[in-house]
Each structure stands twice: as structure tokens, then as C-alpha cells.
Design a protein around this ligand. Sequence first.
Ligand code: ACO
Length: 324
Amino acid sequence: MTHPTPAQTGITPGETAEQHAHFEARIARGEKIEAGDWMPAEYRRQLIRMISQHAHSEVVGMLPEGEWITRAPSLKRKTILMAKVQDEAGHGQYLYHAAETLGATREDMLQALLSGKAKYSSIFNYPTHTWADVGMIGWLVDGAAIKNQTMLAGCSYGPYSRAMVRICSEETFHHKQGKEMIVAYAQGTPEQRAMAQDALNRWWWPAMMMLGPHDADSPNSGVLTKWGIKLKSNDEVRQEFINEHVPELMEAGLTIPDPDLHQDEHGNWRHGPIHWDEFWAVIRGEQGLNKERLGARQAAHDDGAWVRDALQAYTDRQRAVAAD
Ligand code: ACO
């Protein structure tokens, strides 16, 4: 006979039903759980998993767009892109700090990323082929991220929820600049229109997938929902994303690459089948740019070794001076 795991029940050996009842009552009252509060070990584990993966996604997410800073077509677009990429670095910082409040160390989290043990968002393993990809990432990828993160701003863990509020306001700017850029190209020259359509053809399905597998195939959703970390399911967030973006893309004159797309009697846009084999292959690193992305992060980590060494030497000296 197999026993249910803590990931399935949420209860780790040594924890009592009373502790869980008290904890869940706090969540039901809408209280935020703070860093020093008692929490189930599985709540802590799930949050570290999710927040550190989210932090890695922000940092790896700088790579596909960062490649285009030197090739931006105007000074205006270049300064916008630089600000956006810099924002993503800041988001990574807030999120690593939020995970540190749960006892995770920066070294362990970075090691998990660089060794390939930790995941980061599938979307950032896709290549950026043209300048329009930068706009399409802003419109679709940040658009999908905002839907998910607005929900997470209401999550039960205080430090994550507060990080999300700031991140969402910055992501809103990222979303708007992407939409503005693509709408301009969609109404521009035939070459610009073709470039915008080609970018949509390549980013539509990956953006749909980045919101996670269907609810029936989402093993973490059960405890995340029970403990108020996820307030909406993967499919609910995906539906919100589609309902907002389909009419806007159509209004821009673009064609969504889904022959089965239609509106149901409730006004919801319904999509065709998603190729989940591709999603899992991309996550496993069998498809897309996983090796290149991790290689770039490893090189940045190695290049930064002297900064970490200098900081450590400075801290040691300050401590020695204080001890004197
Ligand atoms: N890319 C990589 N892995 C994914 C993705 C994705 N797009 N979606 C799901 N997975 C992984 C999960 O991490 C999980 O694996 P794990 O248990 O080994 O960690 C597995 O697939 C099964 O998925 P779920 O059970 O549905 O996972 P979960 O309940 O955590 O939901 C979701 C996935 C929605 C991404 C959630 O983790 C989340 O909201 N994370 C925080 C937001 C975030 O990370 N956003 C990334 C984009 S940020 C940006 O665009 C800058």
C-alpha cells in the first residue's frame, strides 16, 4: 500500500491537525502569513519552489530581449528596452529576497538553476528571430504574466504578495509598450505587418502554454489553492488571458494561428488543442535554447565571482575593524 505524500496531503510528519486548523483559519480570515509565523513545511517548500522558479524566470527572461538592445531601431525603442530588461533584473532581486524570507539561500537557489535542477519559465527557451519578437514578448508574454501575477498579488504569503504588487505595476508598462509597438507595425508597411504576424505565429502557443498545464495535469494546484497561494487555476488564468488578447489582436488586424478558435455562448474565446508534448520537451531542455540560456547564466555567474569575493573581503574587514 502506498501512503499519500506531504505534497498531496500538505501534512508533514510531526505537524498536528490543530496547527493546520489554526493556520488554515488564518488564511480563511484573509490574514497574510509572514516570515516568522508558523507554517506547514509543505507550504514553505511549495513557496520556495514557486518563488525561486519565478525569480529564475525573471533573470533568464532578460536574455532573449537583452540580445536586441544593440539592434533596436531607434533611440526611443532602445531606452524603453533597456529600462524593461533592467526591471526584470529588479524583479529577480525582489523574488530572491522573498524566497530568502522562507530560509532559502541565494547560493542554493542559483546552484539549483545552474545545475538544471530548478525550472524557469518555458517561454524563455524560445528564440527571438526579429525585432517584432521584442514587441510580441511585451504584449503576449508580459500580458500572460500579468494575469498570473495579479492573482498572486492576492496570495496568502505576505512577502510574495507585496513583491507582486510592485512587479505588476512595472509589468503593466512592459505590456503597454509591447502592444503599442506591435499595433504600430500591424498598421505599418507590408514588411512590418508581415514581421508582426510572423512574431504572433511563433509566440501565440508558447504564451498559452506558459500559464501551466491544464488543471487536470497540474499536481501542485491542489495544495496551492487550499492554502491561498493560487487564487485561480491555470486554465482560469489562461481563459482571462485569451479573452483579453484575442479581440485586441484581431482589432490590430492580426490573425491568431489557431483554426479552432471561436467564441462560446458565454462570450469566452475557446482555443484549439495545445501541444503539451512541445511544452514538456521545452521544459526538459530537449527543445529550444535551454543549454544556451543556462550557459549564459553560468558565464555571468563566473564573471561576477570577483564582485562576490570583493564583497566578502570588505565584509570580513569591517567585522575585523568592529571586533577591534
Ligand atoms: N515553465 C516551466 N515549468 C512549468 C511551467 C512553465 N511555463 N508551468 C508549469 N511548470 C511546471 C511546474 O513548475 C511543475 O513542476 P515542479 O513541480 O517540478 O516545480 C509542473 O510543471 C506542473 O505544473 P503545476 O502543478 O501546474 O505547477 P504550479 O502549480 O506551480 O503552476 C505556474 C505553474 C502557474 C507557472 C506557477 O508556478 C506560478 O504561478 N508561478 C509563479 C509565476 C511565474 O513563475 N511566472 C513565470 C513567468 S514570469 C515572466 O514572464 C517574467
